[in-house]
Design a protein around this ligand. Sequence first.
Ligand code: ATP
Ligand code: MG
Length: 429
Amino acid sequence: MLADCGRVNSLPDGAGVELRGWIRSKRHHGRLMFIDLRDGTGVVQVTLKAAELPEADFQAVSSAGRESAVVVWGVVVHDPRAPGGAEVRARKIELLSASLEEFPIKKGVGPRFLSDHRHLAIRSPKAAAILRFRSNLLKSIRNWFEREGFVEVHCPTFITAAVEGGATLFEVNYFGKKVYLTQSVQFYQEAAIYSLGKVYSIQPSFRAERSKTRRHLTEFWHVEGEMAFAGLDDLMRVVERLVGEASAETLENSRELLKLLGRERSPESVEPPYHRVKYSEALDILASKGVQLEWGSDLGADEEKILTMEFDKPFFLTHFPRKAKAFYHMPDPANPELTLSADLLAPEGYGEIVGSGQRIHDYEQLLARIVEEGLEPADYKWYLDLRKYGSVPHSGFGLGVERLVQWLLGLKNIRSAVMFPRTMSRTYP
Ligand code: ATP
Ligand code: MG
């Protein structure tokens, strides 16, 4: 029976199995050999006794290096001494593909070397566990949207107008014309709500971030949603339920992965509701910690970090000043210097994982804001058009997949949360 390395311990004693995988490590004791075999589902110990299998098989495998591919036929034996509680005693083994050279990823190699060899480093059980966790998370996020009646839409990557401001746009030469890589699909989703109501997208966004931080990539996966007839409170309710419920489900479904990664995080620890903290209250909290931030400035990484240390669950930071936010943010009717905006910040120093807000839906008001920001109304013609035909209050959000993975798994650097990271200094491999 073809079996997964990661599930051998759930098979009965004496079961005959066929395993296909790669040699993670090998230990020799004369005519006895132990192999840690991995196949993407997990690792299992395979014991080879020269007396119990064809001599040619034993010889071929004894000279095979790490990451050589093999097929093993053997018998499951439950043994508390084996890692995972069960091993496979080989009766036959075939060397499918021997490694041509010594596998370069070894104990003691530095982070730079690992990044340069990411195409090989992702074979490690820890890297694989993170990628699997990320896959589980995306599955839960998608299921959440589908349960809640959101429609998935797919938006273009080449764009002509900035969503998040010009400073972090990547330029592309498009047949001699200057276009950009998308920073967010928000504007397209705002068009889509008039066609479909509630929409979501999961696709990459690009930011020419010059900052070399532990939480900025130049290409990241962006989960975005937009809803017609929704104000700030509706929006925060949706965001906290999405983040809370999808994260809790993922943690629940990923217990083995968390154990392997040595991460303790219970599904309860992410459960909503989350606190709502106004920008002005945040300034007071910071002042009480001896940090003075001028009213109107955006929180920097340092301020964000100090603030998040005060919480043990994610929390919303709301009502940012107008001048700290992009032109399309809805001014607060109670105080037009503020916006109906909400960032969701992860606790323990991790910081922003979601940016969200209500959008201006009035034509004249949006036009005035575009002009006030010194932008060219002609560049936003189609976006303004949306305010001409049955425009309604609407709100939306953007969630960074890697930021959420980083926080849930407690990863030091966001790069570990993505298979092949793109940063200011890295586009290889
Ligand atoms: P920050 O201030 O942390 O750079 P931002 O305000 O630029 O974030 P938004 O434009 O609101 O972020 O984007 C929505 C979400 O996308 C963020 O909350 C974050 O989760 C994610 N995100 C934004 N920029 C990056 C990036 N450079 N790398 C990874 N994720 C990002
Ligand atoms: Mg940014």
